[in-house]
Design a protein around this ligand. Structure first.
Ligand code: GTP
Ligand code: MG
Length: 204
């Protein structure tokens, strides 16, 4: 990410704009989970597989959210990489009961983490270990281990994993709170550094 884009991105966040990309394999529960991030949930939400992607915009707690809900079907996964340059954070949703496809989820997460925009911008990654209500669901720690999250450099890529039940919204708010706090403290740090630089009081 170039300097101009970094500054523009930090300014966007400090003005309370949060642009979030939501990815993960098909059927992991992304669209269902997003319904619980929104302040006004549809009274009857019926999940159907997302075609391509869908953009949701809403205001919540004095913040303006733009949430890009990507399809996780294999034929649409190549679309994900086109959106990293335009977001502040990534949410990766994994079906914690889908042991068979956990290695596919890991590969897709690795592709996300390898992307230049993600590597070079300190973009936070929030992982939801979803479908925690179902018998046989893996624990937060098991999912983190399976996805190789503990090997991540937290300085370069701040990350957090939250167990969720997207059907009722359990764990969803906790994850979003972590994301908002992480983004706000990162843009606060950046503004302080830029302020010091422009007043000439930065360290040499
Ligand atoms: N039991 C349970 N079912 C869930 C949960 N989250 C989602 N589901 C169900 O899982 C199915 C898929 O949910 P979606 O939200 O459409 O999944 P998605 O990740 O958006 O799928 P794509 O759009 O195809 O990528 C639906 O039948 C949901 O009702 C959960 O936490 N627990
Ligand atoms: Mg969907």
């Amino acid at each position: 990410m170039g300097l101009f884009k970094k500054i523009a991105s930090a300014m966007g966040r400090s003005r309370g704009n949060m642009r979030i990309l939501v990815v993960g394999l098909d059927n992991s529960g992304k669209s269902t989970l997003i319904e619980h991030i929104k302040p006004n949930k549809a009274s009857t939400f019926e999940a159907t597989p997302t075609v391509g992607f869908q953009v949701q915009e809403f205001a919540k707690n004095n913040l303006n959210f733009t949430v890009i809900d990507m399809s996780g079907q294999s034929r649409y996964r190549t679309l994900w990489e086109h959106y990293f340059c335009n977001v502040h954070a990534v949410i990766f949703v994994v079906d914690s009961t889908d042991r068979v496809r956990m290695c596919v989820a890991k590969e897709e997460l690795e592709e996300v983490l390898k992307h230049d925009e993600v590597q070079n911008s300190g973009m936070p990654i929030l992982v939801y270990a979803n479908k925690g209500d179902l018998p046989g669901s893996m624990s937060r720690q098991e999912c983190a281990d399976e996805l190789g999250l503990s090997g991540l450099n937290d300085e370069q890529t701040p990350w957090h994993i939250e167990k969720s039940n997207a059907l009722v919204g359990l764990g969803v708010e906790e994850g979003v709170n972590w994301l908002v706090q992480t983004l706000q403290s990162a843009s606060g740090r950046r503004e302080t550094t830029e302020g010091r630089r422009s007043s000439g009081s930065g360290h040499k």
